[in-house]
Design a protein around this ligand. Structure first.
Ligand SMILES: *Cc1c(COP(=O)(O)O)cnc(C)c1O
Length: 405
């Protein structure tokens, strides 16, 4: 691959002068990507195992995705939801095929998908109690992350995310992940929903156990409480199942998705089971941009490639050896790398301390990874990663841990 043709040496200065300072960004300007690789403005190549935080499921610029988006951009981009468009109908059909009998609402981000699920819980609470504002309790898990909007932020019991933004939306209660009794203890007559990530992403790659998800399903059925699963990060094939909860053999009442769904194009969605989808009626929710012909073309292209290239099967086949190799690094450096968690291509390396120097050291050796929680490195290959690329990530991480020992 040749180096990028456009070099913008002043990008760092432009950011310093004009871009809001709400991110602690790495000192890196990216200008081009292809597959699992990206290039910076000095022509250096990196193996991108952040996938834009679990977004670029097909890697960068997959030819089928590029062709589909280019074709649609020249045909029809946006219509609003005043009218139907064929791509939205087709993408809804395909997602229902994965999720089960139900209906889909399209939005533009994970945060918006979570807001729609929280609003669904309010509508269920009204139906359940016959009164507005009474049955509003939503039980979430410790260390959860449900986005930065007011509902999702209020559902995110982390000081660093909520600080400065009080008063929060009321009604959220916190229970211990993978502790069914803790959730059961919080459920009362005014509880509308349980909301969890099937695998916590930002919180540090903490999977729900199969027994826990099965137990939650039973508990929610018994108490007429919605089981809402946030699959924004762990869904769309990342674990080797289309949805991460499939491994537990359960079906939730609603699913939030986004990140990987557009393969880099912003799109979010919620699926609601047939039993609860009529809670939303004309006028009760909406968005201008949701489900545009262009966004849905991107989503359809992602599903096409996942299916044609058998990416779920590939992730399931390739991940175990890769995880074993990462666990071998942990075995060799038990003082620094305490555990390797996750499933498929959603993996967390639990460190003894701050992940920042490790993330920087990996970057200097040509591997991009992302921190999570206070002491976890997330490694998120695109679903198209080759065995060679997986092996290279192990080699670089091995060198990083060896150098810091
Ligand atoms: C990223 C994420 C969100 C928020 O999605 P945005 O697109 O950033 O708004 C919500 N929930 C989970 C589990 C996420 O990982």
């Amino acid at each position: 691959m040749s180096p990028p043709s456009i070099v913008r040496t002043n990008t760092a200065d432009l950011y310093d002068a004009h871009v809001l300072k709400n991110y602690a960004r790495a000192p890196l300007t990216l200008v081009r990507g292809r597959g699992a690789q990206v290039w910076d403005d000095a022509g250096n190549a990196y193996l991108d195992f952040t996938s834009g935080i679990a977004v670029s499921a097909l890697g960068h610029c997959h030819p089928h995705w590029v062709a589909a988006v280019q074709r649609q951009a020249g045909e029809l981009i946006h219509t609003s939801n005043l009218y139907r468009n064929p791509n939205q109908g087709e993408l809804a059909r395909r997602l229902v095929g994965y999720a089960g009998p139900g209906r889909v609402f399209f939005c533009n981000s994970g945060g918006e998908a979570d807001e729609a699920m929280i609003k669904l819980s309010r509508l269920h609470g009204v139906a359940k109690s016959g009164a507005e504002g009474k049955c509003i309790k939503v039980i979430v898990a410790k260390n959860a992350f449900h986005g930065r909007m007011f509902g999702g932020m209020s559902a995110t019991p982390q000081e660093k995310i909520q600080k400065g933004f009080h008063p929060l939306v009321p009604g959220f209660a916190v229970a211990e992940l993978n502790n069914l009794q803790s959730f059961a203890d919080q459920i009362d007559a005014n509880t509308a929903a349980v909301l969890v990530e099937s695998i916590q992403g930002e919180g540090g790659i903490n999977p729900c156990t199969t027994e826990f998800l099965i137990g939650l399903r039973r508990l929610c059925d018994e108490r007429n409480v919605l089981l809402l699963l946030d699959e924004v990060q762990c869904g769309i094939g990342r674990t080797g199942n289309f949805y991460a909860f499939e491994a537990a053999g359960i079906r939730p009442d609603a699913i939030a998705m986004a990140k990987g769904l557009g393969g880099g194009f912003p799109i979010g969605a919620i699926w609601i089971s047939d039993r609860f989808s009529d809670l939303f009626q004309p006028g009760s929710h909406g968005t201008t941009f949701g489900g545009t012909p262009l966004a849905c073309a991107a989503g359809l292209a992602v599903l096409d490639v996942i299916e044609r290239e058998k990416l779920l099967e590939k992730v399931r086949a390739q991940a175990p050896a890769w995880l074993d190799a990462l666990r071998q690094i942990a075995a060799d450096h038990p003082d620094r790398l305490l555990a390797v968690r996750g499933r498929g291509y959603l993996v967390g390396l639990q460190l003894a301390g701050d992940p920042t120097p490790y993330v920087a050291a990996a970057r200097e050796r040509g591997l991009l990874v992302v921190a999570a929680g206070n002491n976890v490195i997330r490694v998120l290959p695109p679903l198209v990663a080759t065995p060679d690329e997986l092996a290279k990530s192990v080699e670089i991480l091995r060198a990083v841990f060896a150098a810091r020992s």
